[in-house]
Design a protein around this ligand. Structure first.
Ligand code: 3PG
Length: 215
């Protein structure tokens, strides 16, 4: 990835600190959900390509919520990456990586964080020029202890851990020197989205942003 893309990603993660992972099932939820998150101070949004309406949802948010910084998550292959570029996403994230995806992402203008869970994954990512990565699934793959162990051989790498992170443990992860931001679904829980509890989502974001700042 180009240095400019890498710098853009670092700056997005640093100013966000918490990144909600959005799995949108109903297109009508997209814009109110994004507005609720932005109202709570959470602007960097990862819209995952996990549902039939995901691309349409990202498009609606980009068109209607100008304060949101919309990225695409669950990018599994070069086609998904092309979809993210076409939508006008500002960044891309994947849960893991393949050589094909890393190659396509390295040639793309899109700031991109590949997913890694092991030292070997990380070496593949570095070989393609990526030193800002998603650590996934963060808690399940060894938690903060694993992240600290990776910092030994890979001091230049910065992380966005995701997976098993919530309101309580987010500040612990954010206190790690090699953690730029944390991601997770806790900021927009399924039950709240289903019931249209936008005020509840905004309140959760406000609390999480406050504790992220204190971390
Ligand atoms: C992801 O896609 O990054 C994870 O599924 C989010 O994990 P969480 O639901 O444990 O936050």
């Amino acid at each position: 990835m180009s240095t400019a893309n890498q710098e853009k990603l670092v700056s997005l993660f640093k100013s966000a600190r918490v990144v909600p992972v959005l799995t949108i099932h109903r297109i009508e939820d997209a814009v109110p959900l994004a507005r609720a998150l932005v109202s709570g101070g959470v602007r960097m949004l990862e819209v995952t390509l996990r549902t039939p309406v995901a691309a349409e949802a990202a498009k609606a948010i980009i068109a209607n919520v100008p304060d949101a910084v919309v990225g695409i998550g669950t990018i599994l292959n070069p086609d998904d990456l092309a979809c993210a570029e076409q939508l006008g996403a500002q960044f891309g994230i994947s849960p893991g990586a393949t050589p094909e995806l890393l190659k396509a992402a390295a040639a793309s203008h899109l700031p991109f964080a590949p997913g890694i869970a092991t030292a070997s994954d990380l070496m593949q990512a570095l070989a393609h020029g990526f030193d800002v990565v998603k650590f996934f699934p963060a808690e399940q793959a060894g938690g903060i202890k694993a992240l600290r162990a990776l910092a030994g051989p890979f001091p230049q790498v910065q992380f966005c851990p995701t997976g098993g992170i919530g309101e309580t443990n987010a500040p612990l992860w954010l206190a790690e020197p090699n953690v730029l931001a944390v991601g997770g679904s806790w900021l927009c829980q399924t039950a709240d989205v289903r019931s249209g509890n936008w005020a509840g989502i905004t309140a959760m974001c406000e609390r999480s942003v406050k504790s992220a700042k204190a971390a």
